[in-house]
Ligand binder design. Structure first.
Ligand code: GTP
Length: 261
């Protein structure tokens, strides 16, 4: 599969596994339990998308759908000042970087649905280089329980987001919370990874162990799935689904400079 480009995450192992970073034009899902670092990951990549090209950024705007009010400009500036002091110490630069990130806070799914048209226009008119939705599960679960209306609405949103990614050729990153992970998942995983390293079928089979928060239609619609999890106090980020990488996991930490390997 060929992608129009990538947004490097600066997590070297991950970028290598993804052949450069988070691909343009498709949906990438970040899944994991509460507090594992999904939002921290989104803040970091938002910063990277807005950085000047001379620093390896995409020099673009970011549209950030902040469903649970977890976005923090203060934190973006902290991550930026620690990771790129030479840029952020310039006068007015921190504000300029943070100002490139347009944060929308829909309070319901219908408000989000209405804002999708506005988002489409923004993607056409502005130099938007990244769309983040943190989190899709929170948006959907606020509106529906299980059942047909939920599936119908989800199906519509999935199709719309996929087409947004395709026509705008930018990365669309969506977070989802899973309730619990099997305690032995990392061990099972490396065994499974060895067994299935070469086959996409194997990847899918493993994938079905990961409780996809939004069901099977959603699970099949994302091109990349990154699973964040913790074991024995160590956090891991795992490429659980990808057309260009076998399942592979990397340890990470969260510091003042954000997510780091
Ligand atoms: P949910 O939204 O609840 O599903 O969680 P999440 O996966 O989005 O977690 P989030 O990204 O909010 O990560 C929370 C973790 O990030 C905390 O447990 C902290 O370890 C770390 N963290 C959050 N803010 C900071 C910060 O300002 N500095 C540092 N060093 N770590 C932070």
């Amino acid at each position: 599969e060929q992608f129009a480009g990538h947004l490097p995450t600066r997590l070297k192992g991950l970028d290598d596994a993804l052949c450069g970073g988070i691909p343009f034009g498709v949906l990438t899902e970040l899944v994991g339990p509460a507090g594992i670092g999904k939002t921290q990951f989104c803040l970091k990549i938002s910063l990277l998308a807005s950085l000047p090209a001379s620093y390896g950024g995409l020099e673009g705007h970011v549209v950030y759908i902040d469903v649970e009010s977890k976005f923090s400009s203060r934190r973006i500036i902290e991550i930026g000042s620690t990771s790129f002091p030479e840029i952020f110490h310039r006068k007015g630069m921190a504000q300029e970087m943070a100002g490139r990130i347009l944060v929308l806070r829909p309070t319901s799914l219908s408000e989000f649905t209405e804002s999708l048209q506005q988002i489409k226009v923004l993607l056409l008119q502005q130099q938007v280089k990244l769309l983040v939705i943190d989190s899709m599960a929170a948006l959907i679960s606020g509106e529906y329980d299980q059942g047909a209306p939920r599936q119908h609405s989800l199906g519509w949103h999935i199709s719309f987001l996929k087409s947004l990614a395709e026509f705008s050729r930018i990365p669309v990153v969506v977070t989802n919370q899973v309730r619990s992970q099997r305690r032995d998942e990392v061990c099972q995983y490396s065994f499974q990874a060895q067994k299935n390293a070469e086959t996409q079928e194997g990847t899918d089979k493993y994938d079905s162990h990961v409780v996809a928060a939004l069901g099977i239609h959603w699970a099949h619609s994302v091109t990349i799935r990154l699973v964040l999890e913790a074991k024995s106090g160590q956090r891991y980020i795992k490429v659980a689904k990808s057309p260009m990488s076998p399942p592979i996991a990397f340890p990470f930490i969260i510091t003042s400079s954000g997510i780091a390997l």
